[in-house]
Design a protein. Structure first.
Length: 121
């Protein structure tokens, strides 16, 4: 599942980039958590953009045959979670990302080199 999870994470990051997400990082949680193999964390400038990024990811992945198992946070648009098999996506408004510091919480998790992962596709 790890290679499939990485491929899915790359697709998610590409969709987030197309949705104009900023500060995108991908964490490798294999062996550190049972929640997911990878976290993709991204930010939007405001609630509308956060929702738009999440919708872009969902649309692109649905075209690729992947549907989120769970989705939360669309009402407020401050922190949206999309849960895919092996990959959990967190899309924040900057203020919430600064407050919760999810990347620091998982500080032991290695960051994924996406350029290297894209070459493996």
């Amino acid at each position: 599942m790890t290679e499939m999870g990485l491929e899915l994470a790359v697709k998610i990051v590409e969709a987030a980039e197309e949705g104009l997400a900023v500060d995108i990082e991908t964490l490798d949680l294999q062996g550190l958590s049972i929640l997911a193999d990878y976290f993709v964390i991204a930010s939007g400038r405001n609630s509308i953009q956060v929702k738009s990024i999440a919708e872009k990811i969902e649309d692109d992945l649905l075209e690729a045959g992947e549907k989120a198992v769970r989705r939360e946070g669309f009402n407020d648009g401050r922190w949206i979670i999309l849960d895919y098999p092996g990959v959990m996506v967190h899309i924040f408004r900057k203020e919430e990302r600064d407050l919760y510091q999810l990347g620091k919480l998982w500080g032991d998790a290695p960051r994924v080199d996406l350029e290297k992962a894209r070459c493996m596709k």
